[in-house]
Design a protein around this ligand. Structure first.
Ligand SMILES: Nc1ncnc2c1ncn2[C@@H]1O[C@H](COP(=O)(O)OP(=O)(O)O)[C@@H](O)[C@H]1O
Ligand SMILES: [Mg+2]
Length: 224
């Protein structure tokens, strides 16, 4: 930040369980977004290592990181991040085109993903013809498009009412439970506690606590 060096994370040491939802909490500015951006290969640390599937992604070349982001990671951001000039269908298909998925497989996967997020009938809508909740459900389908191992969700319900927030969090839960995704969820949403398998608390760029949560049996989760 200008002349000032900001240390966003320092001495952070954490592991996140494969195929589970880890809920990351902590006050604004504690480094949650920085942590997700590092794991997602959007940012590089000045020191340390980040092991994903036995590989240290910090050592990846730029080209390796491009492939990593495309194939191994799905992102869900606070502000939906759909391409405004593409339909819901085309948004979900978009990352598959870059990954070289065949037209036939794209068709099959987009249909399946839109159905999974409850928007099978709305594939031809433009983002501005959908509610925020619907847009964020499309964004979840986009994040899952290339069958990534990891889903990173940074305050994905920050702009949603509680009903839509619950729907979106339940979709992230389903991604872990039904598809084996490793989900890192940053959220202030109270429903996050019900979908999380583990929780990590951050402060000042460090982990200050971890918990295994008791397995919940919320009806909302069962319905997802
Ligand atoms: N691009 C940036 N330039 C300078 N400082 C930044 C930048 N991004 C984040 N920071 C700082 O890094 C720290 C962690 O930020 P961030 O990861 O966004 O926290 P959180 O997501 O928990 O609110 C904060 O002190 C923030 O002000
Ligand atoms: Mg943040």
């Amino acid at each position: 930040m200008g002349e000032l060096e900001v240390i966003a994370l320092r001495g952070l040491d954490a592991g996140f369980p494969t195929g589970k939802v880890t809920w990351i909490r902590g006050p604004s500015g504690c480094g949650k977004t920085t942590l997700l951006n590092l794991v997602g290969g959007l940012d590089r640390p000045t020191a340390g290592s980040i092991e994903v599937g036995g590989k240290n992604i910090v050592r990846f070349s730029e080209a390796d990181l491009v492939a990593y982001r495309l194939e191994r990671v799905g992102f869900v951001f606070q502000f939906f991040n759909l391409v405004p000039v593409l339909t819901a269908w085309e948004n979900v298909e978009f990352p598959m085109r870059f990954a070289g998925v065949s037209a036939k497989d794209r068709e099959k996967r987009v249909t399946e993903l839109l159905e999974a997020v409850g928007l099978k009938e709305k594939g031809d809508r433009m983002p501005d013809q959908m509610s925020g909740g619907e847009q964020q459900r499309v964004a979840v389908a986009v994040a899952l498009a290339n069958e990534p191992q990891i889903v990173l969700a940074d305050e994905p319900t920050g702009e949603l009412d509680s009903e839509n927030a619950t729907l979106v969090l339940d979709l992230l839960k389903a991604a872990s439970r039904d598809r084996g995704k490793t989900v890192l969820l940053v959220s202030h949403d109270p429903h996050a506690s019900q979908i999380a398998d583990a929780t990590v608390k951050m402060a000042d760029g460090r982990i200050v606590g971890t918990d295994e949560l008791p397995r919940g049996t919320s009806t909302a989760i069962e319905q997802a």
